[in-house]
Write a protein of this length. Structure first.
Lengths: 408, 516
């Protein structure tokens, strides 16, 4: 009998242990989400409610667009646990992953969708660029509009964006829709240079005004002309070259400051260059007259863009002859007076060359510039010890031969 | 006389003091001037020194096939990639340390507020998050005409996060999401303006295996015939633990491999040291040497188990992407080589469980498996566990289960059968051996005879079980690097004598029992 009682007692004990274990196990399985809503508007308070039995030490892991965190329950009533999501998580849009943990064991998980608060006042961020474009039908400024809600969340795809463009007397309106966080449109240039103003509007919120400058397009070919005081090759006066009014293909005067290069080819095929930048489409460059009769060929370029016609320009000699005088036992040679086209003394600085020969061989070339129409050469005995020399004199494109002179 | 001496002494002292005081004053003034002349270094001004290029290298695949707005230029894409990855790096770093260093460079004013607030929240709760991203697939959706704004959809961001609270690990989360990103070019930095996490649409293809060597049940088959790995762990005699160093000599390796083949073996196991191969930027000259070794193995008709990450021991989450690039570079460069039998991810990683945390090591390994499988689906993967007790770990993800055995042979049968029941993959006894060291440190207690006896018994057991094996090792070594067994002379002395061939190059008695 006693043995039987003991058996019953043991049986009961075993049974209770078993049932305890069973309850433990069944309780672990009981975790349930009570919150049914899974889509929230940004800024809306989010609470996640769970019915959980048998587990302690709950944590809610959150993973969202900008980062992750862990939460402990904000409220606990019987088996109902409430987690209040921090505002900085509930106000950002996107897929918010949550995982309910108990002692590092994962009980439940889910994803909440947070959508932009479209009912709040829209904020606009607008980017326009490039802001300097050229006239015509190809260039454009691109407008990018990124509308957000008050929590700085990009508005959903297909949000309507109105774009306004003012150019001279016309105002035009365009409608685009957001996609990939923003909406964009190429604001095309106009054939006439000027200013284009652009603004946009989303849900009644307007952007500020943006300005895009339409600059003249590339220059087209042009004409050149010249202007000079006289036609003599005096090496002193300036000839001015100027272009016609340079325009682009849409008849806009090209932008001020465009550099024009004037290329002069001499009779000897030497190149001379002079530059000028345009003002009101005209570039004016100057060049010193040659000091010997010359015919120049002139052509102007805007390098890589446009070129002018080619013109020829002839310079006449200013004198036909000049006097030469030998003195001081032929050791002093005086050239001049050099007289110009009206019989006036030529301006100082004209070049005179003296070539000295002995027995038909060139010994030396001396070079001097004129002063008050005169040039003087000295042949010192120490340097020129020979008995005879012959000479050649060159000045202003005229060459004079002087036959052999005797020396002591 | 003495008075005069005294006077001179005073004089000398005065002069010396005068000179010293003047020297001090000049030194003082000059250091003040020097201090005032130090201004902001240009590099610090531009934050160029904050992050240099190779500290964060997740896998990134760009898609620029359908860019709206303006075509994407390669140099710009490179800049965007740099800054985009850095934005993830500084973000991960900030969540780990809860300070905002570097955030300002990669997030615009409006965007960084969000990060600052979450960091503040986490700091208050004493939460720290160790995170890394392993994979990015950004698609450029839009690039503005003025080159100042870009919109990406990063369609596959694989994030791995370890969340700690009060310095205790709370959870490990792995997540694959997509992100929509708007970036602006502001004073030379591409900065994040908008970041919106969206559900990922990408579904991964299942991995397929195709190789000369196939697994059926617990056996390996080569071209349809059963294949039992009979191999040896190999280092050249003169350069142990430095096979690919300056002493690399193909003639030596050729001779050794021929010898191994002649001893009736069919495979070798070799080791690649992580730092030696150049970490994340694998050195091409090392890869060349590796290819040469594989070529020689192929000539000698030997299969090769390549052990990666030897001497690596960091495992920290922010270091992961670097190790991934290391493995990727090595695996992809030789994955088509016919000599390769298997990749051994790491030698005895279980020895790092205590110092680095079991969780860390296992998580690192399991992600490494994913990374390598992405590059090479042909070859077998294994991990060389140091004991049979640990060898069941990760066996579901691996193709071969490898274990090492240096304990007494009497327990081998039991240990083996326990493991064999636990796992459902082919087994390889990947390291075993006995030292023939006979000297002061073990009181002349071992001998070549004892070593031979050990191998005889072992081979008998292996034959009975038809178990794949790789013995340790071909040679007695003259020098053992400190990294292997530490500095203690009795350990080093023991380690020197595991070979089948002694230091004079003669076969030891044990060489009669190299295979069955």
């Amino acid at each position: 009998m006693k043995k039987f009682q003991l058996f019953i007692l043991l049986l009961g004990l075993a049974g209770s242990i078993c049932s305890f274990a069973y309850i433990q196990k069944s309780e672990e399985a009981q975790a349930e989400v009570l919150t049914e809503k899974s889509t929230f508007q940004a800024g809306e308070a989010i609470q996640l409610n769970f019915k959980i039995t048998g587990v302690e030490n709950l944590k809610l892991y959150l993973h969202h667009s900008f980062g992750s965190t862990l939460l402990t329950e904000s409220k606990k009533e019987n088996n109902r646990f409430t987690f209040q999501l921090p505002e900085l998580f509930s106000r950002k849009t996107g897929a918010l992953t949550w995982v309910l943990l108990s002692e590092s064991e994962q009980l439940l998980s889910g994803i909440l969708k947070i959508v932009p608060a479209t009912s709040t006042k829209t904020q606009l961020e607008t980017y326009l660029g490039p802001r300097s474009i050229v006239a015509g039908y190809e260039d454009f400024s691109m407008l990018v509009v990124s509308p957000t809600d008050v929590y700085d969340n990009p508005l959903p795809d297909s949000t309507e964006v109105l774009i306004f463009k003012q150019y001279k007397n016309t105002i035009s309106e365009f409608k685009v829709f957001t996609e990939n966080l923003m909406a964009w449109r190429n604001m095309m240039s106009e054939p006439k240079s000027g200013i284009m103003q652009i603004s946009s509007e989303v849900n009644g919120t307007s952007s500020k005004e943006f300005t895009s400058n339409i600059y003249p397009s590339n220059a087209t070919d042009f004409q050149i002309s010249f202007d000079r005081n006289h036609e003599y090759a005096d090496g002193n006066q300036l000839t001015e070259f100027s272009t016609s009014i340079i325009k682009d293909e849409f008849k806009n005067i090209i932008a001020d400051g465009t550099m024009v290069e004037f290329l002069i080819t001499t009779e000897e095929n030497h190149l001379l260059k002079t530059y000028a930048s345009t003002i009101n489409g005209i570039a004016k460059a100057k060049m010193l007259h040659p000091d010997a009769p010359q015919t120049w060929k002139i052509k102007a370029y805007i390098p890589g863009v446009a070129e002018s016609n080619s013109i020829n320009l002839t310079y006449e000699s200013i004198l036909e002859d000049f006097p030469v005088k030998f003195s001081a036992e032929n050791r002093k040679i005086t050239v001049g007076p050099l007289l110009s086209f009206m019989g006036q003394l030529i301006p100082d600085g004209a070049q005179v060359k003296l070539l000295i020969y002995h027995d038909g061989e060139l010994i030396e070339t001396k070079q001097k510039t004129s002063s008050k129409g005169m040039v003087e050469f000295q042949l010192a005995k120490e340097f020129y010890p020979e008995k005879s020399y012959s000479f050649q004199l060159k000045a202003l494109g005229i060459t004079k031969e002087i036959r052999e002179r005797k020396y002591e | 006389m003495s008075k005069k001496l005294n006077k001179n002494l005073y004089r000398a002292l005065l002069i010396v003091t005068f000179v010293a005081v003047n020297g001090l004053i000049i030194w003082g003034i000059s250091s003040v001037l020097a201090y005032l002349n130090t201004g902001a270094d240009r590099s610090t001004m531009l934050h160029a020194e904050v992050i240099n290029s190779k500290i964060y290298t997740p896998k990134i695949n760009w898609d620029i096939s359908a860019v709206e707005g303006r075509p994407m230029e390669k140099p710009t894409l490179q800049e965007i990639e740099d800054d985009y990855l850095k934005s993830w790096y500084v973000r991960n770093n900030s969540y780990k340390t809860n300070n905002t260093h570097g955030i300002a460079d990669f997030y615009t004013d409006n965007a960084r507020v969000n990060l600052h607030e979450i960091i503040k929240l986490n700091e208050a709760q004493n939460i720290s998050i160790e995170a890394t991203t392993l994979h990015h697939s950004p698609k450029v959706e839009f690039y503005s005409a003025d080159g100042q704004l870009v919109v990406l959809t990063d369609e596959e961001v694989v994030e791995y996060q370890k969340v700690y609270q009060n310095e205790k690990l709370v959870t490990i989360q792995e997540d694959t999401s997509a992100y929509q990103v708007m970036m602006l070019l502001e004073d030379g930095f591409w900065r994040i303006r908008h970041l919106v996490k969206i559900p990922s649409k990408i579904k991964k293809d299942s991995v397929q295996t195709s190789s000369e060597i196939k697994i059926k049940g617990k056996k390996l088959y080569k071209n349809g015939k059963p294949f039992i790995v009979k191999g040896i762990n190999y280092y050249p005699q003169d350069s142990p633990w430095d096979m690919f160093g300056d002493d690399f000599d193909t003639l030596v390796i050729q001779k050794d491999f021929q010898l191994i083949k002649n001893q009736g073996l069919n495979s070798v196991r070799i080791f690649i040291q992580y730092e030696d191969f150049g970490k994340a930027e694998v050195k091409p000259e090392k890869l060349k040497k590796l290819k040469k070794v594989l070529d020689i193995a192929e000539e000698s008709k030997l299969k090769v188990v390549v052990t990666l990450f030897d001497f690596y021991g960091d495992y920290s989450v922010l270091d992961w992407t670097l190790t991934h690039r290391h493995a990727e570079a090595i695996v992809s460069s030789v994955k088509n080589h016919p000599a390769i039998l298997a990749w051994d991810l790491k030698n005895e990683p279980d020895l790092d469980f205590e110092s680095r945390g079991k969780e860390n090591v296992l998580a690192w390994l399991s992600h490494l498996i994913t990374q390598i499988k992405e590059v090479d689906q042909q070859h077998l993967l294994t991990v060389g566990w140091s004991t049979p007790d640990q060898a069941h770990l990760l066996s579901e993800k691996l193709d071969l289960v490898s274990f090492h055995y240096y304990k007494d042979l009497s327990d081998l049968e039991e240990d083996y059968s326990t493991l064999n029941e636990k796992v459902n993959k082919p087994l390889v006894l990947q390291e075993f051996g006995a030292t023939s060291y006979d000297g002061l440190w073990n009181l002349w207690s071992n001998s070549e005879e004892a070593q031979a006896e050990y191998h005889k018994k072992m081979q008998a057991f292996l034959e009975k079980e038809q178990l794949a094996f790789m013995s340790w090792t071909l040679y007695d070594f003259k020098k053992i690097p400190t990294d292997v067994v530490g500095r203690l002379p009795w350990r080093k002395a023991r380690q020197k004598h595991f070979g089948f061939i002694n230091s004079r190059g003669n076969l030891k008695l044990s060489s009669n029992y190299m295979s069955y």
